[in-house]
Design a protein around this ligand. Structure first.
Ligand code: SF4
Length: 190
C-alpha cells in the first residue's frame, strides 16, 4: 500500500511509536483486556487496514489478541465476518475507509468503551500517564493536556506528535489518525 506493508509482527512496535493516541490506546486496551467492543474494533480495525495490514494478517492479529478469552473457533464464528466485511469481502463489498478526527472526537461511549478521542475522553491524570508511557516530552505533555482542557483536541494531538517525534511546532491540528501516522514518512520513516 501507500504506507508500505504492515504485519502482525511489527504492529505493537509501530503502535508505540507511530500511532496517534486514539489508536495506541485501543491497542493497549485490546492487549490487556483481550477484547474490544464494537466501536473500538471498528475504529482500530479500519485504521489498521488503512495503514496496510492485509486481511489475512488482520484475522491473525485479532484472533490472537482475543485469545484466550475468546477461543479461535468462537472468534471465527463471531468476529471474523465483520473483519472481512470491513475489507470489502462480505455483504455489499464496500471498501470502508478509516474514520477522521471529527468523527472520532464525536464518538461517545460507556465506561467499557475505549474508542473515541482520548484527548476528549480521558481525565487529566490518565492522559498524562498515557503520554508518559509513549515517552512524550514532558513540556509537550503539559501543552497537550492544557489544549485538551480547552477543548482543542486535535491541537493537543499535534502537541503530542511534536513531543514524541521531537519536531518543531506544526501550528495546525491533526485531521485524521492516518495523517498522524503518515507524518513520520517525510523524516525518512523506517
Ligand atoms: Fe486520534 Fe484525531 Fe484524537 Fe489524535 S486528534 S487522538 S488522531 S482522534
Amino acid at each position: 500500500t501507500k504506507y508500505g506493508d504492515v504485519s502482525v509482527a511489527t504492529l505493537h512496535q509501530l503502535a508505540s511509536r507511530h500511532f496517534p493516541l486514539c489508536m495506541s490506546h485501543l491497542m493497549a486496551a485490546l492487549h490487556s483486556e483481550r477484547h474490544l467492543r464494537h466501536g473500538g474494533r471498528q475504529q482500530l480495525g479500519l485504521f489498521l487496514k488503512a495503514i496496510g495490514l492485509p486481511l489475512e494478517e488482520a484475522l491473525i492479529f485479532w484472533r490472537s489478541e482475543f485469545a484466550p478469552r475468546t477461543p479461535a473457533d468462537q472468534f471465527d464464528k463471531q468476529y471474523a465476518y465483520n473483519i472481512r466485511h470491513n475489507y470489502g469481502r462480505e455483504g455489499k463489498r464496500t471498501d470502508y475507509t478509516a474514520h477522521n478526527c471529527t468523527t472520532i472526537v464525536g464518538f461517545s461511549g460507556g465506561p467499557g468503551d475505549h474508542h473515541g478521542c482520548p484527548y476528549r475522553r480521558l481525565d487529566e491524570p490518565s492522559l498524562r500517564a498515557a503520554l508518559g508511557r509513549l515517552r512524550c516530552d514532558d513540556r509537550k505533555i503539559e501543552e497537550a493536556v492544557s489544549k485538551a482542557r480547552d477543548g482543542h483536541y486535535q491541537l493537543a494531538c499535534a502537541a503530542a506528535f511534536e513531543g514524541m517525534h521531537r519536531v518543531p511546532e506544526m501550528d495546525v491540528g491533526i485531521s485524521a489518525p492516518l495523517q498522524y501516522y503518515a507524518g513520520r514518512l517525510p523524516r525518512g520513516g523506517e
